[in-house]
Write a protein that binds this ligand. Structure first.
Ligand code: CDP
Length: 225
């Protein structure tokens, strides 16, 4: 075998809009298969967090690109260690999420994060969660899922998540916020949120996460036979 050709380990790409339940579903699929898991949104969030800390604006493409390239991060189980500090909880703050959504529209930032995301493709396989996993980062994924749910169902899930964490939340403003993010993700010029032509659409408005995971695992096992 030619040692210069990297082995292409199998990838399942799970894309979809904000709060569609991708994170829960994708990490459960990865765990069931014993595969690696990439939460690509957390990488965009890391850039946003670092930008906030260094006073860099979310539209300053040059400096954001430099941050993206220099990120000193490692993923250790549940922990996300940035410059030696576990920032998992900080990444979930709304201002970090909003910043991530804004800087994710910048082509230079996306380009700078490409190789980092690809490096998660390791033996025995990878489940990757994001917006452009099936279209841009892993176009050769053997299974691509596009997970959707109505805005109302997604807002309700996010609401329960926040309340569950003891944070305050308002359903109406969550609906507006989700619509705004959907709009930004869908209409950006580079890697917009859209199903790959070969993706399987899965609407989870009335489907539980457990059922969504089973659906994806059944499909993956069929295709791996
Ligand atoms: O929790 P939520 O779905 O809002 O966000 P996330 O998946 O953690 O991603 C944070 C932001 O990064 C999103 O608002 C997207 O705009 C962006 N993103 C992206 O552009 N491409 C990806 N592959 C993943 C996230």
């Amino acid at each position: 075998m030619n040692q210069n050709v990297p082995a292409n380990f199998p990838v399942i790409a799970i894309d979809g809009p904000t709060a569609s339940g991708k994170g829960t579903v994708a990490s459960s699929v990865a765990m069931a298969l014993g595969w690696h898991f990439l939460d690509s949104g957390s990488i965009y969030r890391l850039v946003a967090l670092q930008a906030l800390r260094s006073g860099v604006g979310f539209d300053d493409a040059e400096r954001l690109m430099a941050i993206a390239k220099a990120l000193d991060v490692s993923f250790d189980g549940e922990e996300v260690v940035l410059d030696g500090e576990d920032v998992k909880d900080k990444l979930r703050h709304e201002e970090v999420g909003n910043g991530a959504s804004r800087l994710a529209a910048l082509p230079m930032v996306r380009e700078a994060l490409l190789e980092r995301q690809k490096s998660f493709r390791q033996k025995p396989g990878l489940v990757a969660d994001g917006r452009d996993m099936g279209t841009v980062v892993f176009p050769d994924a053997f299974l691509k899922i596009f997970l959707t749910a109505s805005v109302e169902a997604r807002a309700e899930r996010r609401y329960k998540q926040l309340i569950g964490k003891g944070l305050s939340a308002n359903l109406e403003s969550l609906v507006l916020d989700l619509k705004e993010r959907d709009d930004r993700d869908t209409n950006r010029a580079v890697a917009p949120l859209k199903p790959s032509s070969d993706a399987v659409l899965l609407d989870t408005t009335t489907l539980s996460a457990v059922h969504a995971v089973k659906f994806i695992l059944d499909l993956a096992r069929q295709r791996m036979r």
